[in-house]
Write a protein that binds this ligand. Structure first.
Ligand SMILES: Nc1ncnc2c1ncn2[C@@H]1O[C@H](COP(=O)(O)OP(=O)(O)OP(=O)(O)O)[C@@H](O)[C@H]1O
Length: 240
């Protein structure tokens, strides 16, 4: 298989010290390759969000290595890491996290403008990204005037704008109705099909079925991994 876009090697994350020590991740190794959507499942507190924030450079491991597109995230300065987050890594949150005072296009253009590209180019790229997720006609609308599904599409456009190749999504459908949630997963899937790597944290087997494989966490370790297809989950979710 081609080189991984995301690779975690023996990653441990310990919060707190002494009696308050919590081992959120215990020596996890994990990779996501171009074209691949990987679902991460597991009970509450098993370390799913910690894995995602470390993969996205939002949190640092206590031990182990994290590389994105071949760059060692742990060795970067905070500024360099922030730059990697803007250029290579897109993050989609359950709560959308859009800026209410900015239009859809401005929200999507913001990371590109922060990257120092011209305002016009950033705006053009934002409009293209909004078209890609099917809401090019809503570019000038403010988040408060959009439905939850439309807001999440804006969040996905913001996560993929500028050709970012690692898309990390933490329960991105949580606040959406079933049909709209499926549509959001279809968009993530489509982005991976064109060469990005995606990591999707989800509680729902139905959503994990969009992934190429599923990694199960428990108490900060990988306890199981599906083979080539997670569709078996649909028939036996209770067994997991
Ligand atoms: N900042 C923190 N300080 C202390 N403990 C933390 C912190 N963040 C996470 N933890 C602990 O680390 C463990 C893993 O948490 P994490 O949020 O990664 O789990 P999760 O699988 O995403 O859970 P959920 O499905 O409920 O979101 C939990 O025991 C949690 O309480």
């Amino acid at each position: 298989m081609s080189d991984a876009i995301l690779r975690l090697t023996a990653v441990t994350r310990v919060h707190g010290t002494g009696a308050n020590e919590v081992h959120a991740l215990r020596g996890i190794s994990f990779a996501a390759h171009p074209g691949e959507l990987v679902a991460v499942m597991g009970p509450s507190g098993s370390g799913k969000s910690t894995l995602l924030t470390i993969a996205g450079g939002l949190d640092q491991p206590t031990a182990g290595a994290v590389s994105v597109e071949g760059t060692d995230l742990v060795g970067l300065s905070p500024d360099e890491r922030a730059r990697m987050r803007r250029t290579s890594i897109g993050y989609v949150f359950q709560g959308f996290n859009l800026i209410p005072a900015l239009t859809a296009a401005e929200n999507v253009a913001l990371p590109r403008e922060l990257d120092g590209i011209g305002a016009r180019q950033a705006r053009d790229e934002a409009r293209r990204a909004l078209e890609e997720v099917g809401i090019g006609d809503l570019a000038d609308r403010f988040p408060d005037d959009m439905s939850g599904g439309q807001q999440q599409r804006v969040a996905i456009a913001r996560a993929v704008v500028g050709e970012r190749r690692l898309i990390l999504a933490d329960e991105p459908t949580g606040a959406l109705d079933t049909e709209t949630g499926e549509e959001i997963l279809r968009l993530l899937r489509a982005r991976c099909d064109t060469g990005a790597a995606g990591v999707l944290v989800t509680h729902e087997a139905r959503h994990a079925a969009w992934a190429d494989r599923v990694v199960f966490l428990r108490d900060g370790v990988v306890v199981d991994e599906t083979g080539s297809s997670p569709v078996e989950l649909l028939t036996e979710p209770a067994a997991r």
